[in-house]
Design a protein around this ligand. Sequence first.
Ligand SMILES: Cc1cc2nc3c(=O)[nH]c(=O)nc-3n(C[C@H](O)[C@H](O)[C@H](O)COP(=O)(O)OP(=O)(O)OC[C@H]3O[C@@H](n4cnc5c(N)ncnc54)[C@H](O)[C@@H]3O)c2cc1C
Length: 263
Amino acid sequence: MTRAAWHVATVAEARQETPTSRRIALDIPTWPGNEAGAHLDLRLTAEDGYQASRSYSIASSGPGTRVVLAIAEVDGGEVSPFLVHDLQVGDQIEVHGPLGAFFVWRPARDGAPGDAADSSAGADAAAMPRPVQLIAGGSGVVPLFAMASAHAAAADATPFRLLYSVRTPEDLFFADDLAALAAAPEPTRLALDVVYTRQAPAGATRAPGRLTADVLGELVWPVEREPRIFVCGPTPFVESVADWLVAAGHPASSIRTERFGGA
Ligand SMILES: Cc1cc2nc3c(=O)[nH]c(=O)nc-3n(C[C@H](O)[C@H](O)[C@H](O)COP(=O)(O)OP(=O)(O)OC[C@H]3O[C@@H](n4cnc5c(N)ncnc54)[C@H](O)[C@@H]3O)c2cc1C
């Protein structure tokens, strides 16, 4: 991973992502590129010199200097309401990054399985790719979307699956993009499962409700397939999911987590 540094970023685009979140594209001429799953620290400075910084995952990856974020408004929060409602196209902010070498997925070349060098399956990885299971709660989908997009862009042959827990259909981040990834031809097709916690869409086979260990067990690659698992979302979500995965027999060494904070 490229060494992290401070950069000046200009807001190039901003659009509503869901009723309570916003997708923001930053132009960062000095950005060195980033791996899928990386994050950055964003710093705001008020006219009186007061500063506040928060971490945000990067929804984009690769060598480009356009960096995409997706930010959910946290009620009563100090920074996220400003980013969702007030930050304007043309504004400049400071960012530090790219950060996070652990919670990343790297596509391999020539359609071989991604991240083979990082796989505990070792030399057998190329012959029997370990599938990748992504598990997101709410805005925790951001770095996982970057991984799924990088997987598709690289035409990587690793089987990819995303389990996405979200309150209602209108709260889905990257809804159209995920639908496109789920409709892509094999071998890059994303297997997509969505669990709605408060309101399911018309015709849904599963009643709305919080993710449980049983539902998780139905919707993730089984232990026998030795998936590599990335879990991201609010702290309680990540902790519950990680506990259930370990209880189901997935080795802790196969599970990587990223916590977004919150009670
Ligand atoms: C590595 C990393 C990546 C992140 N990526 C993203 C991202 O891609 N998109 C995104 O929207 N957020 C992301 N976050 C969360 C983000 O850093 C902030 O915590 C969030 O935007 C809230 O900041 P705030 O200043 O509005 O709230 P604060 O003023 O910091 O907090 C206000 C209250 O809300 C609670 N709270 C803080 N964060 C959350 C949360 N995520 N959910 C629920 N309650 C919370 C606090 O405990 C506090 O009680 C990431 C966090 C980390 C550590």
